[in-house]
Design a protein around this ligand. Sequence first.
Ligand SMILES: [Zn+2]
Length: 456
Amino acid sequence: MPIIAAVALALPASLFTSPQAPDVPTIAEGDPIPAWLTHASPARLTDAVERLVGFGTRHTLSETESDTHGIGAARRWLRLELETIAAETGGRLEVKEQRFHTTVRGKNAELVNVYGFLPGRVNDPLGRTYVISGHYDSRASKSLDALSPAPGANDDASGTAVVLEVARLLSAGEFEANLVFLLVPGEEQGLFGSKHFANEAEELGIDVEGMITNDIVGGTEGGNGVRDEITIRCYSASDDEGKSRALARAIASSAERYVPDAKVKLVFRSDRFGRGGDHQSFHKKGFPAARLTEANEHYGRQHQDVRVEDGIAYGDLAEHVSGDYMAKVARVNAAAVAEMALAPPPPTRVSMRAAVSYDTQLGWAPSIPRPPGQSRDESKPTHSYEIVWRDTTAPLWTGSQAVPAVIRVQPARDRRPERQVVQGTIEGVTADTHFFGVRAVSALGHRSRVSLPSRP
Ligand SMILES: [Zn+2]
């Protein structure tokens, strides 16, 4: 028998999953996510974009006194929308604001982040938290022009509308982790709103386990004439094996499982070339963060005064955003964040023993530690783990194997305290040619982000 066949016989069956969908399990009976996603409404998304465009400009330095015009009117409307969603979804969504003063290119301004906070079963505002964001400010051709019309339908009324819609889809649900539906200003002049939220999260010690920003998520036709109503690009910062990249892979995998009519295209780059977004404020603080954006942008409609010049129409108008596409983006957000927030926390303290071996052993701290004093018999795990691996040049995980949540206790030794640890071994797959990671899985099959060993 050739050696290759002998090796293949010893490998787990899951190594041979189909190459098109290597990492996508079926949906379990009783999983609430599919029912939540069916409520995404293209008409409601389009209405929200038109409403935001109707404020004329949402420039960060525009007027705040009027109830019909400028950024003040826009943010008061957003607050009312979140309050309506809270009332319609059982009243657990808490509507909050962060007010702060800053200098925007030499001009003093009061900026206001508006957000909904949905407490999770962790019952701790500093506990594991997922943030879904969009920026509600807009701009015209000149960055500091606070007077000209700046409809900002796609950039970023579309992302703002998506955040409201995801809040509607999920706020009646009960999650392990907290959810934050965040709407920020000041993106166009320097990511001011997102920086403030990320700074405060760091100072307070909030465990932000994932942040997704939605920015320019409404157009299906690029300036190059290419139409694409299916693909959503997902950008994640470029440190290859970091948490933001792991978050991006988790988003793509959730979308493939729950939103089969969308395709998340992973881009292994922090953002589009020479440009940025609010996810970077979080990534810089060490929080896993990624950006969703449409497949083909129309550069002639972004950051442009509304006008016709040489027969060409410029401007970011509501007629160019698609309700169906925004609904797809909302479902991708909701699926990813719901799956992660229903899953146990990602494993921590992941280590790997694999040198000079044909097998690879991983060990990690349990996502749900056994309470002190509880004997082994009493601990009935309601979750499990999956060790995943891929070829070092493969973009996605190509193999996975379930590992039961059997907790071993490592006794105290050499001034190190007693530790709980879970272990699993993948036979016949060597770390000499593969990367490995591990994720926690709920009883209904919801998967955490993959955690990587300190030396992947
Ligand atoms: Zn934007």
